[in-house]
Design a protein around this ligand. Sequence first.
Ligand SMILES: C[S@@+](CC[C@H](N)C(=O)[O-])C[C@H]1O[C@@H](n2cnc3c(N)ncnc32)[C@H](O)[C@@H]1O
Length: 181
Amino acid sequence: MKHKDWSPENSKWKAALDRGLDIKPKENDNILYLGASSGTTVKQISKLTRGIVFAVENSPEMAIELVKLAEKSKNIAPIFSDARDIEFLKKSIFGKRMNILFQDIPSVDQVEILTKASTLLDSEGKILFSLKTQSISQKPSKETFEKVEKMLGERFRIISKISLEPYHKKHYFFVLRKQAY
Ligand SMILES: C[S@@+](CC[C@H](N)C(=O)[O-])C[C@H]1O[C@@H](n2cnc3c(N)ncnc32)[C@H](O)[C@@H]1O
């Protein structure tokens, strides 16, 4: 698959960035990126940091594209895995400190996947979460958003939340931090 241009229409990270959220990686940030697809966004994000982008994808077709992309890049590490397999992810990041966790996996258990993966994030790290309400429920989008917001609020500190309409229908974007205990 040919890599598309990076635009708010084909990337939730880019859409949220254009909306003014403080989500640009810092110079040396390591990133755990769940739901990498063929790497359209991974490619752009990898240029913004000298850290490593660990790009997780479970579709073989997409993972092959990711591997090809990684061959041309210095700091993309593709991981062919189900993002739910925390033990495998833990081994694959080689004990590196993760500064950003990003998740773009439209799935009914999106919040659970995020919660488990957040254990791999540094305590000072940032969590970026792209929510597709329709993957969770067929109820009105706002209703699902509010339900998910409540769940997230019980597990994390919510820094920002925005709708990604009209770029991405029924999508919201959250910036979260781990709770300080
Ligand atoms: C919306 S796309 C991601 C688009 C990508 N973030 C971008 O901006 O270019 C979601 C991706 O998550 C992958 N995916 C779905 N379930 C997954 C899982 N359990 N573990 C890892 N990847 C998964 C899909 O195969 C798909 O490529």
